[in-house]
Structure formats: C-alpha cells, structure tokens
Design a protein around this ligand. Structure first.
Ligand code: NAP
Length: 287
C-alpha cells in the first residue's frame, strides 16, 4: 500500500480563496479591510523571508498590511512602545512580532504585551489558556493548519489515538489541545519518551521535533495519518521532515510531504486568524 499525499500547497490556496469573501464582508461592514502588522527586529535572514512572504499573502488577499522593520539596537522599552501603539490602532486587527528577537529583548514580555484579541499567532497565555480550556481562542497557526488538513481528508479525530511528538508552545502543546478539543485520545511525546512504542499505536501522528527522519517508517501503524511538521535543512540545503518519508509512505493511509505539506498551511491560517480577529466575536467590540 502507498499512502495518499496531503497537498498543503493546494489546500493553503483553497483556504486563502475561501477568505476572500470574508475579507470583502469585513470591508463592507466597517469601511476598511482586516489589517495585520508585522514587527521585525534586526536582520535575521530567515525572519526577513518569512515576513516578506506574510506581507505578500496579506496584500494578495486585500488586507491592510504593515511591516515595521526595527534596527537590532531597538530596546525592549522601544519595542513595547510599538506594541502598545499597534494595540491602540483601530486599523490593526492582528499583531505579529517575528521571533526570534535579539538576545537583549525578553520575548515573553513582548508577547504578553500584545492585546490577546490581536494575537494572531495565538502565543499569548490568554489564548493558550482558553485553547486548553476548550473555549474560543486564536489558536497557533501551524497546529490549526494541521487540523484543517485532517478536516480536508475527512479524518475525524474523535475516539482516535493521536500521538504528538514534540511539546513546544508553538506546535506540540497547542496541537495536543486542539486534538483533545476534537475528542482524540492524545499522547504527547518529548525527548524522554519511548517514541517508537507510542507511534506504533497511533491512528494519527503529528511530528514536530526538528530532527530529520527521527520517526521511522517501520513504526507507522498501517493505514494511519502521518503529519510531518518538521522542517530540517540538510548540509546540501535540501529540506526534509521529521519522518522517514519513503518508508512511512508505504505503511500510512495519508501522509504530508516536506516541503509542500504543513509549511504552506501556516501562513494561510495566519490570514484566517486575522479575519477571525477582525470579526465581532474577537475584535474591538470586546475591548
Ligand atoms: P522545539 O521548540 O525545538 O521543540 C522540539 C520538541 O521536540 C521538544 O519538545 C523536544 O523535547 C522534542 N524532542 C527533541 N528530541 C526528541 C527526541 N529524540 N524524541 C522525541 N522528542 C524530541 O521545536 P518547534 O518549534 O516545535 O519545531 C519543531 C519542528 O517543526 C522544527 O523542525 C521546526 O522547523 C518545524 N516547524 C515548522 C513549522 C511550519 O510552518 N511547517 C512551524 C513551526 C515549526 P523536550 O521538550 O524534551 O526538549
């Protein structure tokens, strides 16, 4: 058996095209479109690429879009000032501070300063807490993209055994919360876990570790869904995932490729979160 591929690029395009109508609706209702402001500090090359791509997508969808590129010498107080200004700007529905920040800035303090109603990355403890309590929240984009992929293949997590490998605040933990909220039976693995033992029993595996090929194909339960969040750049510059793709593909029912899997979904879900933040249940009506 060979698994079917979940095409993240095609699904991301679909998600974005479905947002067009909501963007027009927001604009018609209040006179201006959903708006996203991205703040970048310093000259990290990867951050520059990510921010450019987020801004480009936002513009394609007709969002208001602002990039604030601040020098590496920006102090924490100055950055907090920027965040406060954006919190108060009615045209800005979503604020994203691109990580990593320079070492002299306390990232947690900056993320805490973002108005939770504008926290389109879903990293603020208010949103993380609401997500874990099963209440409405702006959820982190990458795990939300994974849930959208499961929906697309009509995989219902209810009653299924889900194994999440990785427990970061950005991917693993919110992924586990979303799967719990969808009534899966969830196991979270980390560096001290017997990953092979857990993966062998999983109906759905989400790998978010950052080690190329850590999840062996032979561990994959036949017919299961394998979602590979990992993005690992090899010495040859090639991207690979956390799953041994070729071997896992022979056993899984569905599998995501790297690249072209979860990666493209992240920006699409960021746009979706921004539209959500512009809506009446999340936006300024509450503040
Ligand atoms: P992270 O913060 O470094 O967390 C990695 C997690 O993996 C940790 O919880 C760690 O466990 C666990 N781990 C490390 N070695 C392990 C092992 N041998 N067995 C089991 N678990 C192990 O990474 P992250 O930010 O979540 O990112 C994970 C991967 O996803 C990276 O490749 C990243 O580039 C990728 N990513 C992709 C997207 C996307 O849009 N596609 C978005 C975000 C991240 P401990 O907690 O015990 O240390």
């Amino acid at each position: 058996m060979s698994a079917s591929l979940i095409d993240g690029k095609a699904l991301a395009a679909k998600v974005k095209s479905q947002l067009v109508e909501s963007v027009a609706q927001v604009k018609a209702e209040r006179g201006f479109p959903p708006g996203i402001a991205v703040v970048r500090v310093g000259e990290d090359p990867a951050s520059k690429i990510y921010v450019t791509s987020k801004k480009k997508t936002a513009e394609e969808l007709g969002f208001g879009s602002w990039e604030h590129a601040l020098p590496a010498t920006t102090t924490q107080a100055e950055l907090l000032d920027w965040v406060r200004r954006l919190n108060a700007d009615p045209k800005v529905d979503g604020i994203l501070v691109q990580l990593p920040l320079p070492k002299h800035i306390d990232s947690n303090a900056v993320l805490l300063a973002i108005d939770p109603a504008k926290d389109v990355d879903g990293f603020h403890p208010c949103n993380a807490g609401s997500l874990f309590q099963g209440r409405p929240a702006l959820a982190p984009c990458t795990p939300s993209g994974v849930m959208r992929m499961l929906e697309e293949i009509s995989f219902s997590p209810a009653g299924k055994k889900a194994v999440v490998v990785g427990r970061s605040n950005i991917v693993g933990r919110p992924m586990a919360a979303l799967l719990i909220n969808a009534s899966a039976t969830v196991t979270v693995c980390h560096s001290k876990s017997d990953v092979a033992h857990e993966v062998r029993q999983a109906d759905v595996v989400v790998a978010a570790v950052g080690i190329s090929g850590l999840i062996k194909g032979e561990w994959v339960k036949p017919g299961s869904v394998v979602i590979d969040v990992g993005m690992n750049r090899g010495p040859d510059g090639k991207l690979s995932g956390d799953v041994e793709f070729a071997a896992a593909k022979e056993r899984a029912g569905w599998i995501t490729p790297v690249p072209g899997g979860v990666g493209p979904m992240t920006i699409a879900m960021l746009m979706s979160n921004t539209v959500q933040a512009a809506g009446p249940n999340c936006g300024r009506a509450k503040r």
